[in-house]
Design a protein around this ligand. Structure first.
Ligand SMILES: CC(C)(COP(=O)(O)OP(=O)(O)OC[C@H]1O[C@@H](n2cnc3c(N)ncnc32)[C@H](O)[C@@H]1OP(=O)(O)O)[C@@H](O)C(=O)NCCC(=O)NCCS
Length: 181
C-alpha cells in the first residue's frame, strides 16, 4: 500500500460560499455539482489544487495510476468544467482513503461530504467492513470533518509524516452502518 504523505492545513477560516459557479434563479442560487470518475483531462486542474493544498503533494503519476484502477475509487467534484475537489480510495475488505481535498475557495459547502458519500458508497458496494485514513494530528478541520462523518480515531502512527508529525488513524465501520439502515 502506498503511503500518502498528507499536508496538515488548518487555514480554512472562511466557510462562506465563493468558489462554485452559480446562477441566480428567482432569488435563489442554483449550483450544479457533479461527482464523477477522474479522467486524464482533469489532471492539470487536480495537480494545480494538489500543489496548492498540500506541502508534500502527490505526483501526477500517482493520480494517473489511480484513474480507472480496478478496485479503486478516484473521483472529482466538478461544476461547469471546474474541478473543485477530488478523492482517491482503494481496497476491498478494508477501504483506505488515500487522498481527499477541496479547493480552498469552495470549502464549507458540502463538497467534501459529497466526495466522501461517493467513497462510502464505493466501500459498501464492495462489501467493505470498514474505511480508514491517516490525518495529521494538527489538521483539526479534517479531523472534525471525518468525526462528523462517523470516523473515530483508533491509533496514532508516530512520526508518520515527512516532518516527523504523528498521523491519527481514523476508521468508520461500514458493516455497522449497513445494519443501522
Ligand atoms: C477537509 C476538507 C476536505 C473538508 O471539505 P469541505 O468541502 O470544506 O467540507 P464540507 O463542507 O463537506 O463539511 C462537512 C462537515 O465537516 C465539518 N467541517 C468542514 N469544514 C470545517 C471547518 N472549517 N471547521 C469546522 N468544521 C468543519 C462540518 O461539520 C461540516 O458540516 P456542516 O457544514 O454541516 O457544519 C477540506 O477542508 C480540505 O480540503 N482540507 C485540506 C485538505 C485536507 O486536509 N484533506 C484531508 C487530509 S486527511
Amino acid at each position: 500500500m502506498r503511503a500518502r504523505i498528507q499536508a496538515g492545513r488548518n487555514d480554512v477560516p472562511d466557510r462562506r460560499p465563493s468558489g462554485i459557479d452559480s446562477q441566480p434563479v428567482a432569488g435563489m442560487i442554483l449550483v450544479v455539482l457533479t461527482i464523477r470518475p477522474m479522467t486524464e483531462d482533469d489532471l492539470d486542474q487536480v495537480m494545480a489544487l494538489e500543489n496548492t493544498i498540500f506541502s508534500s503533494p502527490w505526483r501526477r503519476s500517482f493520480f494517473r495510476s489511480d484513474i480507472g484502477r480496478p478496485g479503486g475509487c478516484c473521483v472529482v467534484a466538478e461544476t461547469d468544467g471546474r474541478v473543485l475537489g477530488y478523492a482517491v480510495a482503494w481496497g476491498t475488505g478494508e477501504v483506505h482513503l488515500a487522498n481527499l481535498a477541496v479547493a480552498p475557495s469552495a470549502r464549507g459547502q458540502g463538497i467534501g461530504q459529497r466526495l466522501m458519500d461517493e467513497v462510502l458508497a464505493f466501500g459498501r458496494s464492495n462489501n467493505a467492513v470498514s474505511i480508514y485514513l491517516e490525518v495529521r494530528q494538527s489538521n483539526t478541520i479534517a479531523r472534525q470533518f471525518y468525526a462528523r462523518l462517523g470516523f473515530v480515531p483508533i491509533y496514532v502512527r508516530k512520526g508518520y509524516y515527512e516532518n516527523g508529525e504523528d498521523a491519527v488513524v481514523m476508521e468508520k465501520e461500514l458493516k455497522e452502518a449497513r445494519t443501522e439502515e
